[in-house]
Design a protein around this ligand. Structure first.
Ligand code: ADP
Length: 175
């Protein structure tokens, strides 16, 4: 864990040059709005093609799980698609499911021997997860996973699209 760098970046995750960027997908994997729409738009049709093949093989992607595809035309090498929970007030295992998104994405990155991975602020857009709570879950999940599972991963970037998330992550990573 000591040798893993955690950092925060403000901006558009489709522009980040890492081994894998994570997509906040929905369980159909067929694309949507927000970061999902931006990734498919910038990455081109190869990503959706591979998502469709995955759907044909395994059906949809359950909440908290993740799958990996090509990154098409993006500067990243892969896209890891994970499905965040819809916020329903906090008593529907949202916290555990959100942490699973981070665990499973890191696990897949490690299995592929990747060194760098960038996460968006999963579930904090249309899915309505309170940003402060989501940021705490994200940082704690990444730290605990990396501590318990030494792997190829050397760098984790939290990519924040809005000021509020950027402030929250900056503060949490400072501590
Ligand atoms: P969800 O359905 O999981 O809430 P959204 O895509 O609606 O997914 O939002 C997740 C987060 O991604 C939000 O904080 C949103 O501001 C952010 N976001 C939207 N577009 C981008 C982008 N191009 N790069 C990085 N983050 C983005």
């Amino acid at each position: 864990m000591k040798q893993v760098k955690l950092s925060v970046l403000k901006g558009d995750i489709t522009k980040v040059e890492v081994d894998a960027i994570v997509n906040a997908a929905n369980s159909s994997l067929l694309g949507g709005g927000g970061v999902d729409g931006a990734i498919h738009k910038a990455g081109g049709p190869a990503i959706l093609e591979e998502c469709k093949q995955i759907i044909a093989r395994q059906g949809g992607c359950p909440t908290g799980e993740a799958v990996i595809t090509t990154a098409g035309n993006l500067p990243a090498k892969y896209v890891i698609h994970t499905v965040g929970p819809v916020w329903q007030g906090g008593s529907k295992q949202e916290e555990e499911l959100l942490a699973n998104c981070y665990y499973n994405s890191l696990r897949i990155a490690g299995e592929k021997n990747l060194q760098s991975i960038a996460f968006p602020n999963i579930s904090t857009g249309v899915y309505g997860y309170p940003k402060d709570k989501a940021a705490e879950v994200a940082v704690a999940a990444v730290k605990s996973y990396l501590q318990q599972h030494p792997s190829s991963i050397k760098e984790v970037v939290f990519v924040c699209f809005d000021d509020e998330n950027y402030e929250l992550y900056s503060r949490l990573l400072d501590e």
